[in-house]
Design a protein around this ligand. Structure first.
Ligand SMILES: Cc1cc2nc3c(=O)[nH]c(=O)nc-3n(C[C@H](O)[C@H](O)[C@H](O)COP(=O)(O)OP(=O)(O)OC[C@H]3O[C@@H](n4cnc5c(N)ncnc54)[C@H](O)[C@@H]3O)c2cc1C
Length: 386
C-alpha cells in the first residue's frame, strides 16, 4: 500500500475506534458480545484481510504497515480486535505462509472478507508452553485422516468456520517433527465446541475447548501438503503474531496514558490538580517512556520482518517487553485514579484486567525469555549477531 493510502486508512480507523468503538466498550463488556453492525463495519473496512494479499481480496499490508493499524486498534477494548485478529494473524497465516496454491485460493478470500472466521488450535489441556508435546492424533486412512483429541482456550472457537489445527501424525516421533498442520472445517462431523470460557477480562472475545472425536479430514487439507511441518508452520505464525500482539499492547498503553493524564488534570487534592504533584508526574513520565520504547522497537522489528529478515528473537523481545510494559502502565493508571481506579465505571479498571492476558498467550513471558536467551547463546556459538 502506498504511504498516503496507508495514512488515510490509519486515520479512518483512528476515528472509527474513538467515535464508534470507545462509546460501546461498556456495553460489550456487560453483554459479552460485539454487536453485529460492528462486525459488518470491520468487514467493509477490510480489517479481516489486513495481512492477506490483494489478489485474495485482502488489503495486502506488510507487517510494518499492519502494526501501524494495530497501534490504533489497541486504544479500545481488545475484544473488538479479537473479532478479526485471528483472521489477520494466527488463523490465516499458516495457510498464507505454507499453504498450497489450492488451499490459498479456497480459503484466503473468505477469510479476507470476514465471511469465514479462522481459529488457531495448538494448545491442549496438557500441552501449553510445551506445545511440541501435543497429543491430538491424526491417523492417515486412505485419502483422509482421522483426528482425535482436545484443544483448549481456542480464541474465536465458538465463531470459527475453520481451524488451523496442529496434530501428531507420527506417533513414533513425540517431538516437534511428528506434528502436522491441518485445515479443519468447523462443521465436520465429530467436531464439537465447549461452552465459552469464563475469563478474567476481554469480555466480548470468546475462547472455548474444541474436541475432535473421529473427525475425518481430507488429505488435501494438510497445510503445504507435507506431514511433519506443522510445528515449524506454527512457530512462523507465532513470530508474526507476537509483533502484532506487541503493537496491540502499545495501543492499550496509549489509551491508559490518555485516561491517566485526563484524570490527573481534573482530580484535585490538597487544593490543586494531582497532575501538579511530581510523584504523579513521575508515574506519567515512566509510562510515556516505556510506551515510546516499545513502539520504537516494534517498528524496527516489523520493518526488518517486512524486508525478509529473520526476526524471531526480536519478535520475542517485543512481545515480552510490550506485554510487561502495558501491565506496568495499567497498574500506574489504576494508582493515578486512586480508589476510582478500582471501580468499574472507570475504563482503567477494565483495561487492567484486559491487558493481563498479553503476558500469557502466544507464549508466556517466560517462554519469550527462553526464546531470546536460546538465540543469544546460539549466536554466540556461531559468532553471528552483534
Ligand atoms: C484468553 C486466551 C486465549 C488463548 N487463545 C489461544 C488460541 O487461540 N490458540 C491456542 O492454541 N492457544 C490459545 N491460548 C493458550 C495460550 O497460548 C496458553 O495458555 C499459553 O501458551 C500458556 O500455556 P499454559 O496455559 O498451559 O501454561 P503452562 O505452560 O502450564 O505455564 C504455567 C507457568 O509455567 C511457566 N513455564 C512453563 N514452562 C516453563 C519453562 N520451561 N521455564 C520457565 N517457566 C515455564 C509459564 O511461563 C507459566 O508461568 C489462549 C489462552 C488464553 C488464556
Amino acid at each position: 500500500m502506498d504511504k498516503e493510502t496507508l495514512e488515510q486508512t490509519r486515520l479512518t480507523l483512528r476515528r472509527f475506534v474513538r467515535e464508534r468503538l470507545v462509546p460501546l466498550e461498556k456495553q460489550v463488556a456487560d453483554d459479552d458480545r460485539v454487536p453485529d453492525d460492528i462486525r459488518r463495519a470491520f468487514a467493509e473496512m477490510g480489517l479481516f484481510g489486513i495481512s492477506i494479499p490483494e489478489e485474495y481480496g485482502g488489503l495486502g499490508l506488510d507487517l510494518a504497515e499492519e502494526v501501524e493499524l494495530i497501534f490504533e486498534m489497541g486504544w479500545t477494548s481488545p475484544a473488538f480486535r479479537s473479532m478479526f485478529g485471528s483472521n489477520v494473524g494466527i488463523g490465516s497465516q499458516g495457510i498464507l505462509i505454507d499453504g498450497t496454491p489450492e488451499q490459498k485460493e479456497k480459503w484466503l478470500p473468505k477469510l479476507a472478507s470476514g465471511e469465514v472466521i479462522a481459529s488457531f488450535a495448538l494448545t491442549e489441556p496438557d500441552a501449553g508452553s510445551d506445545a511440541a508435546s501435543l497429543r491430538t492424533r491424526a491417523e492417515r486412512q486412505g485419502d483422509h485422516y482421522v483426528i482425535n483429541g482436545a484443544k483448549r482456550y481456542i480464541t474465536n472457537a465458538p465463531h470459527a468456520g475453520i481451524f488451523t489445527l496442529m496434530a501428531r501424525t507420527d506417533q513414533n516421533n513425540k517431538g516437534a517433527g511428528g506434528i502436522t498442520a491441518f485445515i479443519v472445517e468447523a462443521n465436520s462431523p465429530g467436531l464439537s465446541i465447549g461452552k465459552p470460557d469464563k475469563k478474567m477480562g476481554q469480555r466480548g472475545a470468546h475462547t472455548a475447548d474444541v474436541v475432535f472425536d473421529n473427525v475425518k479430514v481430507p488429505a488435501e487439507n494438510v497445510i503445504g501438503g507435507r506431514e511433519g511441518q506443522g510445528f515449524k508452520t506454527a512457530m512462523k505464525v507465532l513470530d508474526r503474531g507476537r509483533l502484532h500482539i506487541a503493537a496491540l499492547c502499545v495501543g492499550a498503553a496509549e489509551r491508559l496514558i490518555h485516561e491517566s493524564v485526563s484524570y490527573a488534570r481534573e482530580r484535585k487534592q490538597f487544593g490543586q490538580p494531582i497532575a501538579e504533584f511530581q510523584l504523579v508526574q513521575a508515574m506519567l513520565a515512566d509510562s510515556r517512556t516505556e510506551a515510546y520504547a516499545a513502539r520504537c522497537m516494534i517498528r524496527e522489528a516489523a520493518m526488518r520482518y517486512a524486508a525478509g529478515e529473520n526476526v524471531s528473537m526480536e519478535a520475542s523481545c517485543c512481545k515480552y517487553y510490550a506485554s510487561e510494559m502495558v501491565g506496568r502502565v495499567a497498574d500506574r493508571a489504576v494508582q493515578i485514579h486512586g480508589g476510582a481506579g478500582y471501580m468499574q465505571e472507570y475504563a482503567v479498571e477494565r483495561f487492567y484486567r484486559d491487558v493481563r492476558l498479553f503476558r500469557l498467550y502466544e507464549g508466556t513471558s517466560q517462554i519469550q525469555q527462553i526464546v531470546i536467551a536460546r538465540q543469544m547463546l546460539r549466536q554466540a556459538e556461531t559468532g553471528a549477531g552483534g
